[in-house]
Design a protein. Sequence first.
Length: 324
Amino acid sequence: MISSTPLVSIIIPVYNSEPYLEECIDSIINQTYRSIEIILINDGSTDRSHEIAKSYPIKDDRIIVLSQPNRGVSAARNAGLNVAKGEYVLFVDSDDTIREDSVEVLCRHAMVSNTEVVLGNMCFCYPDGKQEFFFKRSTELSKYPLLSGEQCFSQLVKINAFPPSSCLFFTKRSFILKRQLFFEEGIVHEDELWCIKALVCAPKVSVMDFFFYSYRVRQGSIMRSDNKKYRIYSFFRVIKSLEEFAARLEEKQELMKAIGYVYVRIFYNYFLICQLLHEIKEGTNEYTAYSERLLKKIFPMLSQFQQQACSYFFRSGNKLILSI
């Protein structure tokens, strides 16, 4: 056990996850690291999730249960952040689990390295028992256990190992509050926006190839939803918010090395929009025209790698649109 035990806040949005919720909560209350508060936010569940959540504070006084009308995972996480008291914050989704030593390992690493963010890895778990391990980092990156956020983000984008999942971020709460890193509400794919801002702005980041998070791949989850038009809308909101973020950095001459890689992720998101448009057989010039104007505007400031990456995602997306 860590000699000095700072409080860690674990924030869990809960929405209609009745079959999985107990397993999720049990994986957290059984952590080897005991100095935790567990904040469950019921986001207007219509199944028995709220009843299950309310039964847990009786068993474990480290658990807090909040309830709100259904407003989405971003609003639920923000509600959790507003009441969290921990020195560090970890997000867990209510149908997933974490290893029993997760908090102990992450907290020890954060304290020794004195970083704002410790970044771990996840395992995708499929209904048939198959597992896949995601976001492995290269040997080259592991040579640098301590990086600035802009260095870390740039390197991860270059090696295609950037994880757009807030659940892999073990983060100092003071840093979240200082940078006002709250989640954009009213969209899905909110992590693509939050993770970029959190990583780029962090003074110090430590990267671990520690596969602590088990992501349950299941039919009906938000990220696998058939509501593709809503996902397209959300991706476009992310793109515009990231463009504003990059413009603010450029205006302040702040974190300049990361800006071009923010644009790489913008055009990756454009490609994802085109994939969804192709799936629903709906062609539109709106997103293409927006992205074409943006690419022309920023192209001269990009490095050769960034130019090639942005152009590749733009052209690949356009091919999908043209084939509809």
